[in-house]
Design a protein around this ligand. Structure first.
Ligand SMILES: Cc1cc2nc3c(=O)[nH]c(=O)nc-3n(C[C@H](O)[C@H](O)[C@H](O)COP(=O)(O)OP(=O)(O)OC[C@H]3O[C@@H](n4cnc5c(N)ncnc54)[C@H](O)[C@@H]3O)c2cc1C
Length: 466
């Protein structure tokens, strides 16, 4: 029987995981990965320490170079090859070799799209200047680091205070450079944490010397050398700087998919079934380009994070490559778990924040408590703030947030299986969580938060009955 041709578009997290899984699932298949950039298989999440100078060079972020990937994973890699269009009827890709500037048509039996996400950019003059840096690819990060190494940069303006914005602020400060975050919404990490939790993080960021201004970047003023010299804001302020970082979040990179007639979902990302198949039967998709089901409220969301990329890639590639053998794999959805750590303080979240539960029309209650991360008398013990949200009638856990200098982020992992199993606050109160003075206090902060929330739910139920 003729070997099947499996093509993968995109070569960072999801694309490389998909190509490796496809080659593993069908060792006889010809698997080829196309990546328009120069690098594949790198850790974008480690861009902040690279820019800070804590990681020696961009090459250290690369897990496998193209030839190593081919040898170890059994898939062919074509870097600097852009897939320009898909002919879904004839099952052909139109691929441009960017180095040779030549083009070819390539046949496929199965196609996996892992085209990722692209940075949201301000629609403002001056944004194309050489000292304005979006933070997404390894090449962009390398260009920023080289710029900082070679130029006398004293002040950097960071547009956007999401988790990448604050991580980049830490990287800049660690280089001895002043950083200002422009965040027009209420506080940093406002898509990520509820107001009291984000205040704790913001205080730590400001104490570390970062200025946070509730302003919108409207203009990038360009000097005679073609570089941005100041950022003009909606308050009429002019903030002088030698570099600007754009950290305004990302949008799914759906252009190729859309031009091929692939359907998008309600979030604006590519829609797939739970086997990661698109509406075109020979095409699967995975990673930052797709939307996924959040199990807590059954909503389809765009959650551009690495674990989602790896998990969906394995499902997509197995289903594409299995050729009718075995049973199809299904993706079990997400809870929305993620974490960030900057300037010695960390946050972990899983599930819904109270505002999201309210938006989803769920009648909910929430509490916030502060306890100790380890036994109170232990020298390394720090304050740990926990917020839990639950549905009123069913007492089902909907989500949690944890913030503190010690042991906060990883405790969010405890919530993940509980959210998947639709555990109640009573189930959390019953959890057997470890106690050891240097590790955790006799009663964990999560257990205390659950008890307080149980009382709160009781009160509310009592009031409702009364
Ligand atoms: C600074 C930073 C920090 C991060 N930190 C974390 C973290 O702490 N935890 C976490 O979970 N996630 C983190 N992320 C997010 C994580 O990196 C992404 O979720 C992950 O990279 C997504 O992988 P992907 O393969 O789906 O998409 P991408 O990484 O976007 O890769 C898609 C690739 O497809 C290529 N491509 C697109 N279109 C074409 C085409 N037509 N032809 C050929 N190639 C094409 C692109 O060039 C790109 O290289 C971070 C991201 C950044 C930038």
């Amino acid at each position: 029987m003729k070997s099947q041709e499996i093509l993968v578009v995109g070569g960072v997290a999801a694309g490389t995981a998909a190509a490796a899984e496809a080659a593993r699932t069908d060792p006889d298949a010809n698997v080829t990965l196309y990546e328009q950039g120069a690098h594949i298989s790198y850790g974008a999440c480690e861009i902040p320490p690279l820019v800070a100078g804590d990681i020696q060079s961009a090459a250290d972020l690369v897990n496998l170079r193209p030839r190593e990937f081919e040898r170890e994973k059994g898939a062919i890699v074509r870097t600097e090859h852009r897939v320009e269009s898909i002919d879904t009827d004839r099952r052909r890709l139109f691929v441009r070799d960017l180095r040779a500037d030549s083009a070819e048509r390539v046949r496929f039996d199965k196609l996996i799209l892992a085209t990722g996400a692209i940075p949201r950019m301000p629609d403002a003059p001056g944004v194309d200047s050489e000292n304005v840096f979006p933070i997404r690819t390894l090449s962009e990060a390398d260009a920023l680091r080289t710029f900082l190494d070679r130029n006398p940069v004293r002040h950097v303006v960071i547009v956007g205070g999401g988790y990448i914005g604050v991580e980049m602020a830490e990287a800049i400060v660690n280089r001895g450079i002043r950083a200002t975050i422009l965040e027009p919404q209420e506080g940093i990490l406002n898509q990520y944490l509820s107001p009291p939790m984000r205040l704790i993080m913001q205080r730590a960021v400001e104490e570390a010397g970062v200025t946070v201004r509730k302003e919108f970047a409207e203009r990038f003023d360009v000097g005679s050398d073609g570089r941005v010299v100041s950022v003009g804001t909606d308050r009429g302020e002019k903030i002088g700087c030698q570099a600007v970082l754009i950290c305004m979040g990302v949008v799914p990179n759906t252009e190729l998919a859309q031009s091929a007639g692939i359907r998008l979902g309600q979030s604006g990302a590519v829609a797939t079934d739970d086997g990661m198949r698109t509406n075109i039967p020979t095409i699967w998709a995975c990673g930052d380009v797709i939307e996924v089901r959040r199990v807590v409220d059954d909503r389809m969301i765009h959650l551009p994070l690495s674990p989602v990329g790896f998990r969906t890639a394995r499902v997509a590639a197995y289903n594409a490559a299995r050729g009718g053998k075995g049973s199809p794999r299904h993706f079990g959805g997400v809870t929305g778990a993620s974490a960030v750590r900057v300037f010695g303080i960390e946050a972990g979240v899983a599930g819904l924040r109270e505002w999201e539960a309210t938006e989803a029309g769920i009648d909910c209650a929430s509490v916030m408590i502060t306890h100790s991360s380890r036994s109170g008398s232990h020298p390394d013990a720090e304050k740990l703030t926990v917020s839990l949200v639950a549905e009123r009638g069913s007492r089902r856990l909907l989500g949690g947030e944890l913030v503190g200098k010690d042991g906060a982020a990883l405790r969010a992992n405890i919530l993940v299986p509980l959210l998947r199993e639709r555990a109640t606050i009573g189930d959390i109160q019953e959890l057997e969580l470890v106690y050891n003075p240097p590790v955790a206090p006799p009663r964990d902060a999560l257990l205390i938060a659950a008890s307080v929330l149980a009382r709160e739910l009781e009160k509310k139920n009592g009031r409702n009955r009364g």
